[in-house]
Design a binder for this molecule. Structure first.
Ligand SMILES: [Ca+2]
Ligand SMILES: [Ca+2]
Length: 347
């Protein structure tokens, strides 16, 4: 029996094997670079009680096991009908005997066999499905940097829930395309701040307590999270998408530019903008002219929403605050009040 171990890009550990009677045939094919074995394309939790795996071609399930990755009680796995999806891939569903728990990493292990008797054994990490994603909006954003004031996106929770797996997608930076929040309970009215660099000591991701982290912009009343990055993490020509989970619906979008543009400079930005418009998360269209201008922005002049204003999903929802009225982790300054205070201070 020939066994070939493959480490795929999505972190899957698989062992593919060929049945003995076909060894010579497969060896011949292998020498020509044309070996065909079952291929696993993706694995994800589709609900709190169901996992789906997708394969490149039709397979039969030989066995499966689902358990917490760090040990613990095995969760019984059932077998559901399988079939080819709209994307042409072969989908295998695994109904679970009990609900998964947020924040617990799981492992799906198993073996499948194709029509030629070739088998694929796999052990794949699975993130628990989050069925309690809160309603969230992006509320304030800083794209300028002057240490220790780093770039950030402030979120506001409109309902309570859990942040597990919620993604902030950063289409302007192909090296840092998305941040995924860890399991964290939040309540309606909570501010959550994702800081895009780590330049200070005592930085902690606040999954448990809101007052755990140090940092110039970390408030003890807000949830602070940090991206371990030191260079230009948040481009000023950008399409930011707040997404409920990988492959899920857009919760909020924000388009920005720091100069006039006829078209987005990359395919990633163009695609993200089109997606936001198609899902009704931004408008009136997907061109850079629909974005918010960052002209005049500084580390203390951040972009923000008017407190309590209706979200119209357009650039007019956003404005730069007066100098030093930035407010990571707390309510934004009301625009007219902030302008009056700034005028007063300037006298
Ligand atoms: Ca905090
Ligand atoms: Ca704020």
């Amino acid at each position: 029996m020939i066994a070939k171990r493959i480490w795929a890009a999505i972190g899957i550990c698989v062992v593919a094997s060929f049945t003995g009677c076909r060894v010579e045939e497969e060896l011949a094919a292998f020498s020509g670079g044309d070996v065909s074995v079952p291929t696993m394309v993706s694995v994800r939790a589709v609900s709190e009680t169901e996992v789906e795996a997708r394969f490149g071609d039709e397979v039969r399930l030989v066995d499966a096991r689902f358990s917490p990755a760090n040990g613990g009680e095995v969760i019984p796995v059932n077998v559901a009908p399988v079939g080819r999806g709209d994307d042409g891939l072969w989908a295998v569903r695994f109904p679970l005997g009990r609900q998964t728990q947020l924040g617990v990493p799981y492992l799906l292990e198993g073996t499948v066999e194709d029509s030629r008797g070739n088998t694929l054994s796999f052990a794949v990490p699975v993130t628990a499905f989050n069925g309690r994603v809160p309603r969230l909006i992006m509320n304030e954003a800083r794209f300028a940097y002057a240490s220790p004031r780093v770039e950030f996106i402030e979120l506001l929770a409109l309902t309570s829930g859990n942040l597990a797996g919620v993604r902030l997608e950063n289409a302007g930076n192909e090296d840092l395309p998305a941040y995924e929040f860890p399991a964290t309970e939040v309540a309606a009215g909570d501010f959550i701040v994702l800081h895009y660099r780590t330049v200070e000591e005592g930085i902690v991701d606040e999954t448990e307590k809101a007052d755990a982290s140090a940092g110039a912009d970390a408030l003890p009343t807000a949830r602070d999270f940090w991206i371990r990055c030191e260079r230009a993490p948040l481009p000023k020509t950008n399409v930011l998408l707040l997404v409920e989970r990988a492959g899920g619906a857009i919760l909020d979008a924000l388009f920005v530019r720091d100069k006039e543009l006829a078209a987005w400079p990359t395919e990633a930005l163009t695609q993200a903008a089109s997606r936001a418009v198609a899902e009704g998360a931004w408008g009136p269209d997907g061109s850079p002219s629909s974005s918010v201008s960052l002209e005049g922005a500084s580390p203390t002049r951040t972009l923000g929403r008017e407190p309590g204003a209706v979200d119209t999903n357009e650039a007019a929802d956003w404005a730069l605050c007066p100098t030093k009225k930035h407010s990571p982790g707390s309510p934004n300054a009301a625009r007219e009040a902030a302008r009056s205070a700034a005028r007063e201070a300037a006298r």
